[in-house]
Unconditional design. Structure first.
Length: 418
C-alpha cells in the first residue's frame, strides 16, 4: 500500500458526507485516552476535526498508533465520516488507517495552544511551532486577505504591478540607512525603497505599484520598526499629492471593508471588531500640527520631524488623519516645493493615532530642480546620473505617489502592538 493521498480538508467535511470514506491530513492538537475509546483532534489551515476510535471496532494497529501519538505530530488519516454532535463541526472520522509522517518530540520548546505563555525569545527560537498558535495563524490569514484586497483595489484603479531591483548601486535618500552587500567587485546596497524606479516607470506605464521588501539599516529597538519589512508603493503620472491622498484613503477603506467581510472568524480569534473608516480623513498641515502640540505642552522646533512623544500627543482622540505640507528640510530631495511657499513641500504622512502608516507627495519632475535639491541635501548628482538622465531626456511626466508600511497596517487591522 502506498502513502495516503489527502482528499478533503477539515472544513470540507460536513454531516452531508456521513458514511463517506475520506482522507485528511494535518497536525495533532490534543489526544485523549478513555481506555476503550481513544480520540484526537486534528487541525489544518481551515479548521479542526475529531478522530474517534473504539477498541472494540478499530483495527488493533490503528488503535495502538493513536495511543502513541504526541501533540503537534503530522498525520494523515483515512476513515469514514460519522455525525457526532459533540465533535467540532458536528462530525468525526472513524479511522481505518493512520500514517504518522512526522512524530513530534516531547516536550516541545513551547505550547502552540497558548495555554502556557512563552517569552518572545522562546517564540522566535521555535518560530514554526509558534506560528501554529491560533492567533498567529489567524494573523497570517488576515495578512493574505489584506494583500489580496490591496492588489485588487490598485489593479481595478488602472495600476500595473511591477518588481524593482533590490540590489542597488546608490541610496534613494541618504547613505546612512543602507545595508552594504558584496556585489562582485562593485559597491552595492540592499534597496531601502523602490522610489527612484517607480518614478521613472511612470514615463512608461503611467500608474504602477509594487508590494515588496525594503531594508533599513536603522538600529531602532521599538515595536514599530523592522530592518526588513514589506512596503506597498504606488506612483501615478499626471497626479498631485491631493489626488494620491484620496487614492490612499479609498484603499484603506476598501481594505477594512474586505478584511471585515472575508476574515470574520480570524478577526474573532484575534479579538478585533473592524469598522470601515469614513472618508475623507482629517487633514492637518505641519504648521497646524505644531500649533496643536504647543497647546498640549509639547514643543517641536520648526523643521524637525515629530518625535514619539509628539506623535502620541497628536494622535490622542484621532484614528486616521493626514499631516501635510512638511518643510523641505524634513522631506527627501524629490519632494515638490509648494508653489505659494517653496520652503514647504507638497507632501503628507498618513497617521493612525500615533503610528505613521504612509508617506507620500508630489515629486519633482524637472531635472534642474532635482539636481539643485540633491546638492541642498548634501548628495552628489553624479551618483544619481542613471536616474537624472531620464528627466533630462523629458521622459518623466509630472507624478505623485506614496509608500505604505504593510506590516504597520497589519498591526492596525489585527490590534497587535508590535
Amino acid at each position: 500500500m502506498g502513502r495516503l493521498k489527502i482528499t478533503h480538508s477539515s472544513a470540507s467535511i460536513t454531516p452531508a458526507l456521513e458514511g463517506t470514506k475520506v482522507t485528511v491530513g494535518g497536525f495533532v492538537k490534543s489526544i485523549r485516552d478513555l481506555g476503550g475509546i481513544r480520540f484526537f483532534v486534528l487541525y489544518d489551515m481551515e479548521g479542526e476535526l475529531q478522530v474517534t476510535a473504539s477498541k472494540a471496532t478499530t483495527r488493533p494497529e490503528v488503535f495502538t498508533k493513536i495511543g502513541s501519538l504526541t501533540p503537534e505530530s503530522t498525520v494523515v488519516v483515512e476513515g469514514r465520516v460519522k455525525v457526532a454532535e459533540q465533535a467540532p463541526g458536528g462530525v468525526e472520522i472513524v479511522p481505518e488507517r493512520i500514517e504518522v509522517l512526522s512524530q513530534a518530540v516531547v516536550p516541545l520548546p513551547l505550547d502552540p495552544s497558548g495555554r502556557i505563555k512563552s517569552t518572545l525569545e522562546t517564540r522566535l527560537g521555535a518560530r514554526v511551532l509558534d506560528l501554529r498558535h491560533p492567533v498567529r495563524r489567524a494573523i497570517f490569514k488576515i495578512r493574505h486577505i489584506t494583500l489580496d484586497a490591496i492588489r485588487k483595489f490598485l489593479s481595478s484603479n488602472g495600476f500595473l504591478e511591477v518588481h524593482t531591483p533590490k540590489i542597488v548601486a546608490t541610496a534613494t535618500e541618504s547613505g546612512a540607512a543602507l545595508f552594504p552587500v558584496a556585489y562582485f567587485e562593485r559597491e552595492a546596497f540592499l534597496s531601502q525603497s523602490p522610489q527612484l524606479y517607480k518614478e521613472i516607470l511612470t514615463g512608461c506605464f503611467q500608474k504602477v505599484f509594487e508590494i515588496g521588501p525594503i531594508f533599513r539599516a536603522e538600529e531602532f529597538n521599538t515595536p514599530k520598526h523592522l530592518n526588513e519589512t514589506i512596503s506597498v508603493d504606488i506612483e501615478a503620472a499626471f497626479a498631485d499629492y491631493e489626488e494620491v491622498m484620496q487614492l490612499l484613503e479609498k484603499l484603506i477603506a476598501a481594505v477594512f471593508q474586505e478584511v471585515g467581510e472575508r476574515a470574520r472568524e480570524e478577526l474573532k480569534i484575534v479579538g478585533v471588531k473592524l469598522s470601515t473608516p469614513k472618508i475623507a480623513f482629517e487633514k492637518l498641515t505641519y504648521r497646524e500640527a505644531l500649533e496643536l502640540l504647543e497647546k498640549k505642552g509639547v514643543k517641536v522646533p520648526w523643521g524637525e520631524d515629530l518625535p514619539t512623544p509628539a506623535e502620541k500627543a497628536l494622535g490622542e482622540g484621532r484614528d486616521f488623519y493626514f499631516i501635510t505640507q512638511w518643510p523641505a528640510e524634513v522631506k527627501p530631495f524629490y519632494a515638490m516645493p509648494c508653489a505659494e511657499n517653496p520652503s514647504l513641500t507638497e507632501t503628507f504622512d498618513l497617521m493612525w493615532r500615533d503610528l505613521e502608516l504612509a508617506s507620500g507627495g508630489t515629486r519633482i519632475h524637472q531635472a534642474e530642480m532635482l539636481e539643485e535639491r540633491l546638492r541642498a541635501k548634501g548628495l552628489n548628482p553624479e551618483s544619481f546620473e542613471s536616474h537624472l538622465k531620464n528627466f533630462r531626456w523629458g521622459l518623466v511626466p509630472p507624478h505623485a505617489g506614496w509608500g505604505l508600511g504593510f506590516d504597520r497596517l497589519l498591526m492596525v487591522l489585527t490590534g497587535e502592538d508590535n
